[in-house]
Design a protein around this ligand. Structure first.
Ligand SMILES: [Mn+2]
Length: 247
């Protein structure tokens, strides 16, 4: 199988449309939607675009889908900004759509051309929000991968990388909708037979205008982050600080 891994779309439908227009995505046998697809300003449109791919899709549930499902009956005005955003996202989706999302699995295995059995997960195979980065020491990452396949594809931190961890190859597919990278553009990954970390340019200014008009709570702040995100080095250092603070 040749696989396009589209992670952390975060309801950015224009970024997703640009990635879906890539010939290598159109030609992929399988499209893995790696979690945190819907939590963002255009959730219904994002889900419709992805469901339009039909049988080629393998879904993964990220921490954000779990959190949105937890907020489906919440009061829209209650909670901090992240909770209010999750409540808003849940309200944009129909009961049938939410019921389908609730069935998405936490991880999925695909036999990838040239790579063999590959485990796709949102953050790590054992947890949907555990943090590690390109520079986390291998001995700290290995317990997170216990019993996983020789290749593991993850996301969650929105920074692409491709690194060895012990005997395994660990790839972060990056984020389609909210990348923390120095160059603008949607990030994703093509697998089979090799691993290609890919960037797709799209009109981020136009996307930011659509974010502002979406009704998403604190939409202006979200648009500003989309236009001027932290770069890879800064984001990695923030995540390393969070990871060490948790220990
Ligand atoms: Mn996540």
């Amino acid at each position: 199988m040749k696989v396009a891994a589209l992670y952390d779309i975060h309801g950015n439908a224009p970024a997703l449309e640009a990635v879906l227009a890539e010939p290598d995505v159109a030609a992929a046998d399988v499209v893995v939607v790696g979690g945190d697809a819907l939590a963002g300003p255009m959730p219904a449109e994002t889900l419709e675009l992805l469901e339009g791919l039909g049988e080629r899709v393998r879904w993964l549930r990220g921490n954000a889908e779990r959190e949105v499902l937890e907020r489906r009956d919440a009061d829209p005005g209650e909670g901090d900004i992240w909770e209010r955003r999750d409540t808003w996202v849940a309200a944009q989706l129909t009961a049938d759509q939410l019921a389908r999302v609730a069935h998405w699995p936490a991880t999925v295995e695909v036999d990838v051309d040239g790579l063999g059995p590959t485990r796709f997960c949102h953050a790590t195979p054992r947890d949907d929000s555990e943090i590690f980065t390109a520079v986390t020491p291998a001995e700290d990452v290995e317990p997170m991968l216990v019993a996983a396949e020789p290749t593991v594809v993850c996301g969650h931190t929105h920074v692409q990388f491709d690194r060895p961890v012990g005997e395994r190859r660990v790839v972060n597919a990056g984020s389609v909708g909210m990348p923390y990278e120095d160059e603008p553009g949607a990030r994703w990954c093509l697998l089979g037979p090799g691993v290609e970390l890919r960037r797709t340019a799209y009109d981020v200014d136009a996307a930011a205008s659509r974010v502002r008009a979406s009704g998403f709570p604190d939409a202006d702040e979200h648009a500003e982050v989309l236009l001027g995100p932290p770069g890879a080095e800064e984001a990695t250092s923030v995540f390393e600080g969070q990871r060490l603070g948790r220990e």
